[in-house]
Design a protein. Structure first.
Length: 91
């Protein structure tokens, strides 16, 4: 994921992604249900949540399995894409 950011957007952006992701991962570790639900995926059988990244240009999508106490990262989605593309990718 970070390699993609560096290759696609440059080293500076890659470092920003890394910094943001570390903060998100720490928050998810401590408070996995603290981010809001993703409305585009409200009909999914699991409750997907979203974390905005890079000035809301991207969303990190995940769901929390309380029985296993595990956060599952599902996707990092470019918000400029059509919402239908996200729904297809997640299903």
């Amino acid at each position: 994921m970070l390699e993609y950011a560096r290759e696609e957007f440059g080293e500076t952006t890659g470092r920003r992604w890394e910094k943001e992701l570390l903060a998100i991962y720490e928050r998810l570790r401590l408070f996995p249900e603290s981010y809001p639900p993703e409305e585009l995926l409200r009909d999914s059988p699991v409750l997907h949540r979203r974390c905005s990244m890079m000035h809301r240009r991207f969303k990190l999508l995940y769901f929390y399995d309380e029985t296993e106490d595990t956060v599952h990262i599902v996707d990092i989605w470019d918000t400029r894409m059509k919402p239908e593309a996200l729904m297809k990718r997640i299903k």
